[in-house]
Structure formats: structure tokens, C-alpha cells
Design a protein around this ligand. Sequence first.
Ligand code: HEB
Ligand code: CA
Ligand code: CA
Length: 344
Amino acid sequence: AASVTRRATCPDGTQLMNAECCALLAVRDDLQNNMFNNECGDEAHEALRLTFHDAIAISPAMEATGQFGGGGADGSIMIFSDIETKFHPNIGLDEVVESFRPFQQRSGMGVADFIQFSGAVGTSNCPGAPTLNAFIGRKDATQAAPDGLVPEPFHDVNTILARFNDAGDFDELETVWFLIAHSVAAQNDIDPAVSHAPFDSTPSVMDGQFFIETQLRGVEFIGSGGIEGVAESPVKGEFRLMSDQQIARDNRTACEWQSFGTDQAKLQNRFQFIFEAMGQLGTDPTTLIDCSDVLPVPPPLSTVPHFPAGITINDVEPACAETPFPTLPTDPGPATAVAAVPRD
Ligand code: HEB
Ligand code: CA
Ligand code: CA
């Protein structure tokens, strides 16, 4: 059918598919006005990171040995934040959890649902992002996830692929899809000397620049150097994780990685798919209610794939044997440093 049938009219007059979703309208507006400022900035990035660190902590392999393997997207990272934010890969999320907690408390939503919802609302502010999915009805965690289930930037590719495969039966291509998130991202705590240094030159836009720029030859550490999990950067101001560097160059993942540099439609389609799958980890999806029509529609992309100023094809380390690296225009002017993500 070409048009959506709206079945419920909310108290404020908004038409939605499901009446159960009406309560999310005010939560959305509270987040947009008082947390995100309708921007794809620091807080939106943090909300998206939180969705992942809650959801990925689930391990059927651990369960098979008789241990509790975590509940996936169950809110455990916020409910048991005193335990989980002390886990090494969750560095920085203690503050993020506390800044979101009052919003969760006044939302009336379950914690698990709130985390995935706030990540989707925040990401809707990023031009180029797909419209994400919002589902409610998850069961909140009754115990903390075990340590060791969140990937680290110093893990090798085998370890990372095995972790995604265990968590949700994700294959190597789907693992690349997850990393589209790093197009709207920065680091804060891996190297505090260069806090808020982004992973690509467009951290407020969900575009292919992350995939283009991670394929450039690294030339220097922009911060302290010698930190575990950090790789050399191709341009000043930009930060590269060792995990991103290696997944971009591994023969199992490199062609999928390269494809996202210039195929925005594919990027949107795959991220929409994988965000939904991530939010269902640990949950029977047939028990959930679809509230996706509460989410704002992200602004369209207004930029085209390009090399940063001063960069050419000679700076690329191509890693896909099947397909040549695409021909791209270079931004005009002298090389400039990538700006840090503005702090709240
Ligand atoms: Fe991520 C960030 C790692 C995946 C989202 N990360 C980040 C960082 C790191 C990482 C280290 C920085 C932190 C600080 O602050 O310092 N990741 C990682 C790894 C992996 C990942 C290793 C696997 C491979 N992510 C991911 C996913 C997602 C994400 C899947 C979603 C979905 N991240 C993110 C974000 C960010 C990050 C959004 C940013 C945050 C801010 O900015 O704040
Ligand atoms: Ca969890
Ligand atoms: Ca970007």
C-alpha cells in the first residue's frame, strides 16, 4: 500500500499507528529541547554509543557454559551502572548515564526502551541518517551484564568478528554496518589530551566520510601517542581507533567498508536494519510495539563524498581487491585541521 493508515489520535491531535506510542511524543520533545538541542552533537553521539554498550552485552556462548551471559538491550548499563560503567570499554559512560537518568525517570518509559529510543531520537538530528526504528516493550534487566562482552579498540579483527557473531549471529558484513555509527562520533576518554576529536571530518553528519578517511594512510598520532587501541591519523584533529583501521584493511571486511564511502542509499539502508537488530538483542521482537512514527525524520545530506583539503588518491591505502577506490574530488584550499566536536 502506498499510504500508511493512521489508527490512533493522541491527546495532542498527533496521528500515530499505535495509541501506546502517544506517551513517547513528550519524551521525544523533552530530549530534543533539553538534551540534544535538535543537534547531532556531543549528546546525540553519546546516546548512540549508549545503545550499543547496553545491547552488545549478551553472549549465547557464555549461556551455553551455564553462566549468565547478559540480557542485551535490557537497560542493564543504566540500571546497574555502578557495576557496568566500571567495565573498561564503558569508560566515560558513567557521566552519560547520569545525564540521561532524569530524562528516563520522568519519561515513564522502561530503561531498556528509553536507551534505544533516546539513541534513535539523537541520531535523527544527523543529516544523512536513515529514519531509525523505535520499539517499546522490552523487559528491564534484573542483573548486570558480565564484563568482557563490549569490544575494545585494541581487539584484533578476529576477536571483534567473533564477538558480534556470538552476540547476535552477525557476520563480518553486518559488523561493518554497525560501524556506520562512527560517522557521527568522537573519542573523549581514550586519549584525554585530544578529547572530542572526531573519527571523521563530519561528525555531525551521517555520511560516507568515515569510510573514506579511515582508508587514508595514517601519518601521525594527534594526541599522546603510544596508547593501546589508537592508530595514526591521516589529518590533524581527526582520531583513528586501531579497530577501525584494521577492519578497514582486513580482506573479509575491506570491500564492504569501501562501499559505504560513496553509496549513501546503501549506508542508510544497512544502518536502519542493523540498529533495529541491535535493539532486539535479548528480546522476542514479536512482543514489541512499533513507535517508529514518533521519530523525527532526519535532514537530507547536502555534501558529496570527497577527500579533505590537501589529500589525493595517492594518500589512500586501498584494501579491497575486487573494486578500485573511487575517484573523488578534493576540498579546495590548504589542508586544515578537523575541528573538535563542541562540548556541551
Ligand atoms: Fe564505538 C565512540 C570503540 C562499535 C557508537 N567507540 C567510541 C570510542 C571507542 C569506540 C573507543 C571512543 C570512546 C571515548 O569516549 O573515548 N566502537 C568501538 C569499538 C567498536 C565500536 C571497538 C566495535 C568494533 N560504536 C560501535 C557501534 C556503535 C558505536 C556498533 C553504535 C551502533 N562509538 C559510537 C559512538 C561514539 C563511539 C556514537 C562517539 C561517542 C561520543 O562522541 O561521545
Ligand atoms: Ca545490557
Ligand atoms: Ca560523518
